[in-house]
Design a protein around this ligand. Structure first.
Ligand SMILES: Nc1ncnc2c1ncn2[C@@H]1O[C@H](COP(=O)(O)OP(=O)(O)OP(=O)(O)O)[C@@H](O)[C@H]1O
Length: 539
């Protein structure tokens, strides 16, 4: 694992300024450190020498330098936290924007749980990286160089000891990093698996309880948790052991310097002032290196998360057209074949279909025949593996996806609802709609008797399946788009509601191009054309 992933500089610009500021602050702090040691050594040597030597200037200098170092530490800390927050929010925004651009088919493969872990806990782990690891990493480069130069000037023999021992620490750390990389990845994978599974279990809890599988799921969660605990302990073990060895290495090196100073002081070949200066500065050379070792493991989780974010950001987008003018005309599927990843059988196998403008086409057929897949293809969520989709003669692949979708209204089998009021949920269909337009759309979808300011919970909890579908319909009414795609819009409605919604649907599809997945005869009767799907090729 690289100590600084160059992609961080590319995707999070705040990192560049942070590095520049940190190098400047680190250099200033190293210079103050040398000044502090010089004042201290001179003051002690002065006191030991006795006589009437006035050490007040050294003491004043010492106080000022100490104050300066405190100010620098505060500035470094503030900048580190601010940069961390800026980078985290930039990465999170980029990640979510990319996930949206990659589309639902990618999300299904990547897993919503994984994405949620990455966007929350994952990128948050970068706080430790910016606040604790990077500053000491920079100090670990700047301080040994500056202090080494000062020590070379003061006592070349100590400089030789440093040149021999200091490089051992980064070499050792690189070995540790190499060893722990795969373990950290395994730890993060286990956490993602745990989150994904937990999400599924919570969402399906009522079903699991009814089928008596809740206990079995508890056992599965326990197994994954155990796995996570084991990998975490493995990473921690490596962290503690490597810190121990680094401390040992640094301590032995300082001891070597101290012994040589002691011997030469006794011999009289070194003055007390220089000896003290070297003794004060030598441990400071190793300090940032030791801190890097100690903080390295605090940073690995954040770096691994960043690595995974970059993998998502670098996932090529499905090829999309750029034509923004959407032509008016027939929607045509020509020998379209769709094969979902991991499925040997094609969901659509050479399907051809023509939907003439201004007409309603009903897709019927047995479950699994590929009706919803036709809608996904028309929505541009699932690209055909073979064949073409044309809009008025233009290949759908040449159209800019968001321009195309701005011409569509879509009601899926289970419309997605967000936490918020019913009105807010309907307004997703057209965010700039007025309250009166929202109310009219609600009335069209047979939601007239509902208090639109009623607040729904997460995923629209608090509504029945039929009510959820009517909110989805109200959205389509509000959208007022020329093409309407409906996936069994009356599936969950009772007879009376169905009649009212059908009347509204008749108004909705009037003069528009509509494709309706339909099972119920009443809905099929809305259609100008009925296409039966399932096994046989349709036309
Ligand atoms: N995301 C997916 N990943 C893998 N296979 C899928 C996916 N979505 C659908 N399929 C498969 O593709 C086939 C067609 O599914 P589709 O949902 O289009 O059928 P449908 O006719 O709409 O069915 P229903 O009437 O039950 O909604 C089915 O065999 C289904 O299992």
């Amino acid at each position: 694992m690289k100590p600084l992933d160059p992609r961080l500089l590319r995707y999070a610009r705040a990192t560049r300024w942070f590095l520049v500021a940190s190098v400047a602050l680190g250099t200033a702090s190293a210079v103050l450190l040398v000044a502090q040691a010089t004042y201290l050594a001179s003051a002690i040597a002065g006191v030991v020498a006795g006589g009437d030597r006035d050490v007040r200037p050294e003491l004043i200098g010492l106080a000022l330098v100490t104050l300066g170092r405190a100010v620098l530490a505060w500035a470094q800390d503030t900048i580190a936290h601010r940069t961390g927050a800026a980078v985290i929010s930039a990465l999170r925004r980029a990640l979510l924007a990319r996930a949206v651009a990659l589309g639902p088919a990618w999300l299904e493969r990547a897993g919503a749980g994984n994405l949620a872990t990455l966007a929350t806990r994952g990128v948050d782990a970068l706080t430790g990286y910016f606040a604790r690891y990077l500053p000491v990493l920079i100090l670990a480069v700047v301080v040994p160089v500056l202090l080494g130069a000062r020590l070379l000037a003061a006592d070349p023999l100590t400089a030789v000891v440093l040149v021999v021992t200091v490089p051992l620490i980064p070499i050792f750390m690189a070995l540790v990093g190499w060893y722990t990389q795969s373990r950290t990845r395994r730890q993060f994978d286990a956490l993602s698996r745990l989150s994904g599974h937990f999400l599924d279990v919570v969402a399906g809890l009522p079903t699991l309880i009814v089928f008596g599988r809740a206990k079995a799921q508890v056992a599965t969660v326990r197994r994954i948790t155990d796995d996570y605990r084991r990998t975490t302990l493995g990473v921690l073990r490596a962290a503690f052991l490597s810190s121990l060895v680094l401390e040992l290495l640094a301590t032995i090196s300082v001891a070597l310097v101290a012994v040589s100073i002691g011997l030469r002081l006794v011999e009289g070949s070194l003055t007390l002032e220089v000896g003290l200066l070297v003794l004060i500065l030598a441990p400071e050379v190793y300090l940032p290196l030791r801190q890097v070792g100690a903080q390295f493991h605090a940073s690995t989780e954040g770096l691994e998360a960043a690595n995974q974010v970059f993998t998502v950001l670098e996932t090529p987008l499905p090829s999309a057209g750029s034509r923004t003018g959407v032509p008016v005309g027939a929607l045509t599927l020509e020998n379209v074949t769709v094969r979902y990843p991991g499925r040997s059988e094609a969901a659509l196998d050479g399907t051809s279909l023509v939907v003439r403008p201004g007409t309603v086409t009903a897709l019927t057929g047995p479950s699994g025949a590929g009706k919803s897949t036709v809608l996904s293809v028309l929505l541009g969520f699932v690209p055909p593996d073979a064949g073409r989709v044309r809009i008025g003669g233009t290949d759908l692949a040449d159209l800019d996806p968001s321009s195309w979708r701005s011409h569509l209204a879509w009601v899926p089998q289970r419309p997605t609802l967000i936490a918020g009021t019913i009105a807010e949920n309907i307004r997703l269909g057209r965010p700039d709609a007025t309250d009166a337009e929202v109310a009219a759309a609600a009335a069209d979808a047979d939601l007239g008797g509902f208090a639109l300011d009623r607040t729904l919970g997460e995923d629209g909890s608090g509504l029945s399946a039929g009510e959820r579908q009517r909110v989805g319909l109200a959205r389509a009414f509000l959208r007022n788009a020329p093409i309407v795609l409906l996936d069994e819009p009356t599936a969950n409605l009772d007879g009376d509601s169905e009649q009212r919604v059908l009347a509204a649907l008749r108004r909705l599809v009037e003069g528009r191009t509509a494709v309706v997945v339909a099972h119920r005869p009443a809905l099929v009767s809305l259609a100008d054309h009925v296409v039966r799907m399932g096994g046989v090729r349709v036309a």
